[in-house]
Design a protein around this ligand. Sequence first.
Ligand code: SF4
Ligand code: SF4
Length: 374
Amino acid sequence: MKKLGFGMMRLPLTDPKDQTQVDRPQARAMMDAFLARGFTYVDTAYFYHGKESERVVKDILASRYPRESYYLADKMPITSLREKGTREEQERIFDEQLEKCGVDYFDRYLVHCVNAENYRAAKRLDTFGFLAKKRDEGKLRHLGFSYHDNAALLDQILTEHPEVEFVQLQLNYLDWEDERIQSRKCYETVVRHGKKVVVMEPVKGGRLARLPEEAEKLLRAVHPDWSPASWAIRFAASLPEVEVVLSGMSDMAQLEENTGFMSDVPPLTEEETALLAQVAEILSALPAVACTACRYCVDGCPRNIPIPDYFALYNGDQMALRRGLPVQKEAYQRLAETGGKASACVKCRQCETACPQHLKVVDALARVAQTYEG
Ligand code: SF4
Ligand code: SF4
């Protein structure tokens, strides 16, 4: 299997204000190009694109290609079952996912977004036992989970669940030594248990695609034709136990670039990896919000605040400020037309409960409001 996977969570939209309005003709053309170049791994989830992603998979992939020509990964939305979910609901969701995707089985199936709280819920609902049974029945081929917590808990989970075959980790060169995300420690834990790794967020929600000028200069000096995003994906793909690196590609240009260099990607050299550690140091010095633009926080916000869009703008402007440029207040106004302003936040903290990065969203929005509304 080639090491690049197509994440179905950042597909092109016909209406940028509505995540359910996927530009299906464009997405179809992207899928065709992806498969034509020999790539096979496609990753979706119950909540992606306002619950439309699985239907899009059926439309652009399952209804058009032989089942054995691609690997499809889907996920159990354990977060939504955390409070009052039942085993019956778990069964209903799984069946609904098969139907929405238009398949009889999943090649990969994951418990979505496992952390301490969600692991307690998975234990209560016997989610791993339920999925192992589905594997025995042939409804899924390989069982795993996506993970957002520390390495110690990961070690405990893998010890308690030897039936798990792979773990999907947030892994990129900025989070590699980050004590909150613990990319390196988590990777080493999975390897110690003899399991494989699938990588999510190799470009950290786009943050590693737009670097401060001095950081980009360092990289371009070595490889003028490598984009910052391609450096980030190459870093993840270089790790020997990584099976596949997911990229949520949003347009044909990204897909063409990624499938181009990932067709045959040699591991980074020691010198190249050391250069990325320098870039990580430059990035860590910026007062950025560590948002990966997963959008898990958006649906439940009573003020309809476009939280990740504000954070992306804010992060980009931190780099501009270093160069003595003003922040983009007009861009902020345009974003504010799609929902509430940052100052409209009522501090209900629903977003913070939903955030897999454990971000202090309310405090970060206060900084956004101060920057653009002051
Ligand atoms: S705390 Fe603010 S941003 Fe978060 S969900 Fe509530 S209103 Fe929305
Ligand atoms: S604030 Fe958290 S939940 Fe919301 S998009 Fe960013 S990382 Fe995802």
